[in-house]
Design a protein around this ligand. Structure first.
Ligand SMILES: O=c1[nH]c(=O)c2[nH]c(=O)[nH]c2[nH]1
Length: 270
């Protein structure tokens, strides 16, 4: 059945491009994580009407452009400045693109303070964790308390590596002694003594775990794996808080992989 149908409006784009950018000023690193969305207005009606992709900017190109423009921002910049640079690149590079809307959501990473000093390469999403308390009470007995939190996000831009693991036909990851490491820490701990001030223990727990993860403010501490660092964190917490008996930690890797491939020249971590 032939009904008259016209194409009223069309745009195309790419959502949820995750971009991380580290600016290294000597040993002091700056870090941002952006979730970028690109919408292109372009004279591409013929793609919809005739199946002809001539002149179209592929969403793969948009994604890679997000990485490349981030890499080209040589000075630390705001998400607005990045969005303007990205928009300008897209509008001036592709003849059929008449307009673009760029959206940048910036994750709340902040430089951490360790031992009262701003850390050179340590960042956290402080206050993002959910505190959890668990109490079991049997009739006639003392309450058994467990405390914890979930979702404490921490990241360091250097002083991390991973090597020596099995390399077989299923492994594509290269050995490295220089990478970024990030994780979302879930912790649960039990007590071996009465606690006067649960809030104080909670703060000390966060502080000890952070100190072991980040190391000293200027030097940091090398992490050969998330596994090793996890155990160091647990040991530090138990050694620093007398009332704590056991600590259970879960630390899934939040991956920040070097973007792109050889063709894009983006092999270095962005
Ligand atoms: O610290 C790490 N531990 C792993 O078990 C692992 N696996 C992986 O792919 N990267 C990493 N990094």
């Amino acid at each position: 059945m032939d009904v008259p149908v016209s194409l009223e409006h069309q745009v195309h784009g790419k959502e949820r491009v995750r971009v991380a950018r580290v600016w290294r000023e000597g040993t002091v690193h700056h870090f941002v994580e952006w979730m970028v969305g690109v919408v292109l207005e372009s004279d591409m009606e013929h793609a919809y009407l005739n199946g002809d992709n001539t002149g179209m900017t592929a969403t793969d190109t948009m994604k890679n452009t997000c990485y490349i423009v981030a890499k080209r921002m040589e000075q630390r910049c705001s998400p607005e400045e990045y969005a303007i640079a990205l928009a300008t690149h897209l509008v001036t590079t592709y003849p059929k693109v008449t307009g673009t809307k760029i959206t940048v959501q910036q994750s709340p990473w902040e430089r951490v303070c360790v031992q009262g000093e701003a850390h050179c390469h340590g960042f956290a999403q402080s206050g993002s964790e959910t505190r959890v308390a668990e109490v079991y009470l049997a009739d006639g007995r003392k309450p058994v308390v467990c405390s914890g939190f979930s979702g404490h996000k921490v990241l360091k831009t250097t002083q991390s590596g991973y090597e020596g693991y099995i390399h077989d036909q299923y492994t594509s990851l290269p050995d490295t002694r220089e990478r970024m490491v990030a994780t979302s820490v879930d912790a649960k701990w039990s007590y071996c003594a009465d606690v006067q001030d649960y809030d104080a223990v909670y703060k000390r727990m966060l502080t000890s775990l952070d100190e072991a993860f980040f190391g000293a403010p200027r030097k940091g501490v090398y992490s050969p794996s998330v596994q090793f660092t996890l155990f160091e964190m647990g040991k530090r917490a138990i050694a620093s808080i007398a009332e704590v008996q056991t600590v259970t930690l879960t630390m899934p890797n939040i991956h920040f992989l070097p973007g792109g491939n050889d063709k894009l020249g983006l092999k270095e971590t962005l």
